[in-house]
Design a protein around this ligand. Sequence first.
Ligand SMILES: CC(C)(COP(=O)(O)OP(=O)(O)OC[C@H]1O[C@@H](n2cnc3c(N)ncnc32)[C@H](O)[C@@H]1OP(=O)(O)O)[C@@H](O)C(=O)NCCC(=O)NCCS
Length: 171
Amino acid sequence: MIDDLPAGLRARHLADEDHLRVLAVLDTWWGGLKGEAGATERALLLPRLYFQHFTTTSFLVERGSGEVAAFLVGFLSQTEPETAYVHFVGVDPALHGQGVGSALYRAFFALARSHWRRYVHCITSPENTASRAFHTRLGFTASAVKPDYDGPGLDRVAFTIDLSAEPVAIP
Ligand SMILES: CC(C)(COP(=O)(O)OP(=O)(O)OC[C@H]1O[C@@H](n2cnc3c(N)ncnc32)[C@H](O)[C@@H]1OP(=O)(O)O)[C@@H](O)C(=O)NCCC(=O)NCCS
């Protein structure tokens, strides 16, 4: 499914039974970003519905032991026929910098293209400097910080990439 992952990792589509396993890694993987409020925010971003109704456009990466190594939750926009959206992505910190995140995005871009989606959007918190650097490196264009974008006090940076612009600079 994703053939350019580091050795020992394999990918499949997300499934209902992955829900609690993914929730369990969020705080560690995000390094406790934004404390208690951040933990609540993250958990609320991944209700079970994503593991039921968005599985075919989302990926889970596991080690041979079955341990969760990375995930990407995405979907095709129902409103904008040219758009796909990455909702949430995470990689085990022990695997950072080995191309797992970019492999997940490449797979999602291929899937988006196969459904004739030209644009991929996603957002991140302004405080998440790693995410901002990663998305910029992948070729996304970042907006200015959008105050209260996701609700009072929930500022966001929005990212867009145009998949029709060749070549897409993905490491
Ligand atoms: C952001 C994240 C997904 C990146 O995953 P990753 O597997 O480490 O990324 P990759 O190894 O594929 O890196 C791809 C490129 O982005 C760059 N990059 C990744 N993390 C970076 C960081 N923290 N700072 C600067 N550049 C970074 C890499 O250097 C690489 O570029 P290069 O080829 O020029 O070296 C990962 O750090 C993560 O899970 N963070 C915690 C969760 C999170 O913030 N998710 C995103 C918001 S929802």
